[in-house]
Ligand binder design. Structure first.
Ligand SMILES: Cc1cc2nc3c(=O)[nH]c(=O)nc-3n(C[C@H](O)[C@H](O)[C@H](O)COP(=O)(O)O)c2cc1C
Length: 203
């Protein structure tokens, strides 16, 4: 049974139902929509890494790609950023999105892989708009302490040396739908051979 009363148009798209297969399919559609629709909450997931001190570190990132078959999110970042060291030390990451219009929270457990100066990075650099690549020319790199805010960087091909693609492969997905008729929560976990275990959870 579908209920769109709380979720509006966004809910109609992802209509939470009684079927776990439909739930995970709707979750995948939300990520795909995040890539295409700048207004979607799924456009800007929160990505969590583990810092050198063992503490969690979170930040907003732009979702650049979603491959449902590979269960992979693609993001762009600066290789000089602090999160790069986090991922090199500990590739396990978590991703969080809350879409207020759809009243849906999704949490992913994932493993991140960095692409720097390889074919994946080159293809992404060439596909992206120069305006979205200007930030990679900033000097010194992000997070450095400076006496005053630096001037806005302008696009430069040299910025490619700082450009990284973050490929985030998830192996678990937890879905929570807030609904006045009873919240619903479900968990999906994939094994290395691609098998998927799915179950409802108490919300
Ligand atoms: C709306 C929004 C989108 C952002 N998108 C990205 C992004 O795609 N890639 C990125 O590295 N940082 C992005 N940032 C900046 C990060 O949130 C973070 O401040 C920066 O990457 C430094 O993180 P770090 O010190 O953990 O490396 C974005 C911030 C906001 C507010």
């Amino acid at each position: 049974m579908m209920d769109h009363s709380m979720a509006g148009d966004e809910g109609a798209l992802c209509a939470p139902v009684d079927d776990l297969g439909a739930v995970v399919a709707s979750a995948f559609r939300l990520f795909a929509r995040g890539v295409a629709d700048r207004r979607s909450a799924f456009r800007t997931p929160t990505v969590a890494t583990v810092g050198a001190d063992g503490a969690p570190r979170v930040r907003t990132m732009v979702l650049r790609g979603f491959d449902a078959a590979a269960r992979r999110l693609t993001l762009h970042t600066d290789r000089r950023g602090e999160k790069i060291g986090d991922i090199v030390r500990m590739p396990r990451v978590a991703v969080h999105v809350y879409d207020a219009r759809a009243a849906i929270q999704i949490r992913l457990g994932a493993t991140a892989r960095l692409h720097v100066d390889d074919e994946v990075a080159r293809a992404a650099w060439q596909r992206a708009l120069p305006a979205s690549l200007a930030c990679y020319a900033v000097d010194p790199g992000p997070g450095r302490s400076v006496a005053a805010p630096p001037a806005a960087p302008v696009f430069s091909e040299a910025g490619f040396a700082n450009f990284a693609v973050l490929a985030v492969n998830f192996d678990s997905l937890e879905w929570l739908w807030l609904h006045h008729g009873g919240h619903r929560r479900a968990k999906f976990a994939w094994t290395a051979d691609g098998g998927c275990g799915a179950s409802w959870l108490v919300a």
